[in-house]
Design a protein around this ligand. Structure first.
Ligand SMILES: [Zn+2]
Length: 92
C-alpha cells in the first residue's frame, strides 16, 4: 500500500476517535460519564421504506422502524438531570 494512503486511513481513524470522544454522552454540568437513565418518553415513531439500489437485494424494499425518545439522565456525581432526544431505528 502507498504510504500516502496509509496516512489517510490513520488520519481518518484519529478523526473518528476524536469525534466519538467529543460527542459521547456525558453530564452537561460536570462532564462526568457516570450517569443513569431515569425516564424515557416516547415522542414519535414512523416506518420508512426505501428501495434498495445495487447489490444482491437490488429493487427490494427495505423497511425500517424509527422511534424518537426524550430521555432523562441523572448524573451520579453531581445529581444534575438533563434530557436528550434520542433516535433509534430497527430493520423490520
Ligand atoms: Zn454531573
Amino acid at each position: 500500500m502507498e504510504p500516502k494512503f496509509v496516512g489517510l486511513i490513520i488520519g481518518a481513524i484519529i478523526l473518528w476517535g476524536l469525534w466519538a470522544y467529543l460527542t459521547r454522552n456525558k453530564c452537561t454540568k460536570c462532564k462526568s460519564t457516570k450517569f443513569v437513565e431515569v425516564a424515557r418518553q416516547h415522542i414519535k415513531s414512523y416506518v420508512k421504506k426505501v428501495r434498495v439500489s445495487g447489490g444482491d437485494r437490488h429493487g427490494q424494499i427495505d423497511t425500517t422502524q424509527h422511534d424518537e425518545y426524550k430521555i432523562s439522565y441523572e448524573c451520579n456525581e453531581c445529581h444534575h438531570i438533563w434530557t436528550k432526544r434520542v433516535k433509534e431505528s430497527e430493520r423490520l
